[in-house]
Ligand binder design. Structure first.
Ligand SMILES: [Mg+2]
Length: 375
């Protein structure tokens, strides 16, 4: 079998009202996604999504004519491209999808079948007042969620800690609480400096009172020794690595024992194979492994397979913050949004490969919307 083409289709979904992502100073009035389809001379097609894939056309020839089964070689090619250009890891995920479809087996099973389902944590994306967050948290408990992630903005720590306190007060022990300070990386053009270790430590000590299960990215990603010192001095678990660009960065974090929770995203960083390798190293080091999933429903599925395949956890990130961020907005290209059941669990799809089922009408509609906006 040979790869005949890798097609990238760009989609645009308007967001009215806009989504106010806590980590982005600019309100989001549209949500864009790229669908990657790896086509073969056997008629098999693998599908994935995640990165924007901007500029990939220049590198398509490095894959065309090659055997799609050579996953390790394609991953090495993608790493060389990522050094010079974009992070085109959805190509690797689409190749896994293709192989899984050919074998008639879900990717999580191929990766080791560590578990069939994982409890979801509702990953909130907006900054909202404490009183509103108390209500939102009660709604999560009703929906079956067992954990939530709350954002704290670097310039609004007081409000953020108040939201954490209000959620704890509202739901007691019925939700585990995670906090994300989002300081490892920056949006393009955001050059303001974040908190240093002294301020971060004060924040962690306050969050410790509310028994948070981990605090994500309290410091810049360069400061691995700072993160290690923080986790050791406060006893609060620290998570990070969601946007690391290379395996080396994450291996350095592991080597420095900087984190308790490792969160690479297979469609943004390592690919499925690299994320599995890192996940296994992390689990053997007795740390937690639970990938970032904040792209779209397809990216969520890829990382679900990786996490379940290696038996990671204890939770899977489930981007969910209605009405700003709903499964329908997040998964607009899918026949049905990825769902959390009444017990708060996300199940690995039983379909072969990634279990992606596109809504081709929605894909065509949003591809036309992208064309109208960009051309
Ligand atoms: Mg995060």
């Amino acid at each position: 079998m040979k790869i005949t083409a890798i097609r990238v289709q760009r989609l645009r979904s308007e967001l009215a009202p806009p989504f106010h992502a806590a980590w982005d100073p600019v309100p989001r009035r549209a949500f864009e996604a790229s669908i990657v389809r790896v086509e073969t001379d056997a008629g098999l097609v693998g599908i994935a999504s995640g990165d924007t894939m901007t500029g990939f056309e220049e590198f398509e020839h490095l894959f065309v004519g090659k055997d799609p089964h050579a996953l390790a070689l394609h991953a090495r090619t993608l790493a060389t491209i990522a050094f010079h250009a974009g992070r085109y890891w959805p190509v690797e995920a689409a190749l896994w999808d293709l192989v899984g479809r050919e074998l008639g087996t879900p990717i999580a099973t191929i990766l080791g079948g560590g578990c069939q389902r994982l409890p979801a944590y509702a990953s909130w994306g907006e900054l909202r007042p404490a009183g509103q967050r108390a209500d939102d948290a009660r709604a999560l408990v009703e929906r079956g969620f067992r954990a939530v992630k709350i954002r704290i903005a670097r310039d609004r720590v007081e409000q953020g800690v108040a939201a954490v306190a209000a959620v704890r007060e509202a739901v007691g022990k019925r939700l585990d609480i995670i906090v994300d300070l989002n300081q490892w990386w920056r949006m393009a053009g955001d050059i303001e400096r974040g908190a240093g270790p002294v301020d971060a430590r004060r924040t962690l000590e306050r969050l410790r009172e509310h028994e948070v299960i981990w605090v994500e990215e309290p410091l810049d990603g360069d400061d691995l020794s700072g993160m290690r010192a923080l986790r050791q001095s406060t006893g609060v678990r620290i998570g990070g690595g969601e946007m690391a660009r290379t395996f080396a960065e994450l291996r350095a974090a592991l080597g420095a024992d900087a984190l308790d929770v490792y969160q690479p995203d297979a469609v943004l960083t390592l690919g499925v194979g690299g994320a599995r390798t890192l996940g296994e190293l992390v689990l053997r080091a007795n740390r937690w492994f639970t990938p970032h999933t904040w792209t779209n429903g397809i990216g969520l599925l890829v990382n679900l397979h990786v996490c379940a395949g290696v038996g990671g956890g204890p939770y899977l990130e489930f981007p969910y913050d209605p009405p700003g961020w709903t499964p329908e907005r997040r998964d607009f290209m899918l026949a049905a949004p990825v769902a959390v059941d009444a017990d708060g669990m996300v199940r690995v799809p039983e379909a072969p490969g990634l279990g992606v089922e596109l809504d081709e009408d929605a894909v065509a509609f949003h591809a036309a919307a992208w064309q109208r906006h960009h051309r």
